[in-house]
Design a protein around this ligand. Structure first.
Ligand code: HEC
Length: 119
């Protein structure tokens, strides 16, 4: 085997080990940004990357990735955020956030934007 071929094989093997870390955010953030705008989440939340009026019905969603809990007592992780966005009342029947008919895919992409957006 030539040295060059050997190098290529080694490079390929190294590439195979490059698994993404388990805490990688799933979904498509840019698609999520559009879905957030289409569902008018901005009517109640300040959201990085989306313009609109000063609003404080729900809290700002800037820096969401830094929070340990959301909506009071829900541990902050991507599956829980998707659940919350799709059906807040299933988690907290008293919450003022309405159920907005968000699809699973849109909710996942929204969380991808919210968890990675820089202010
Ligand atoms: C009518 C106003 C309203 C709309 C529209 C709305 N929300 Fe909310 N949202 C709230 C309120 C109020 C809370 C606080 C809930 C609580 O703590 O019980 C909240 C909480 C949240 C939280 C948890 C934040 C935290 O730090 O506790 C997330 C995430 C969230 N909303 C995302 C969204 C998304 C995404 C949309 C659009 C699909 C949306 N919201 C639309 C009112 C709204």
């Amino acid at each position: 085997m030539s040295a060059r071929l050997l190098l290529c094989v080694l490079a390929l093997l190294a590439g195979c080990q490059g698994k993404p870390p388990s805490n990688t955010v799933q979904g498509d953030p840019e698609r999520g940004r559009i879905a957030l705008a289409q569902h008018a989440c901005r009517a109640c939340h300040m959201i990085p990357g989306l313009t609109g009026p000063e609003t404080h019905v729900g809290r700002s969603l800037a820096g969401l990735a830094e929070r340990r809990f959301v909506a009071g007592s829900l541990p902050n992780n991507q599956p829980n955020l998707v659940r919350w966005i799709r059906d807040p009342q299933s988690i907290d029947p008293q919450t003022a956030m309405p159920k907005l008919g968000v699809s699973e895919r849109d909710a996942l992409d929204m969380t991808a934007w919210l968890l990675t957006a820089k202010e």
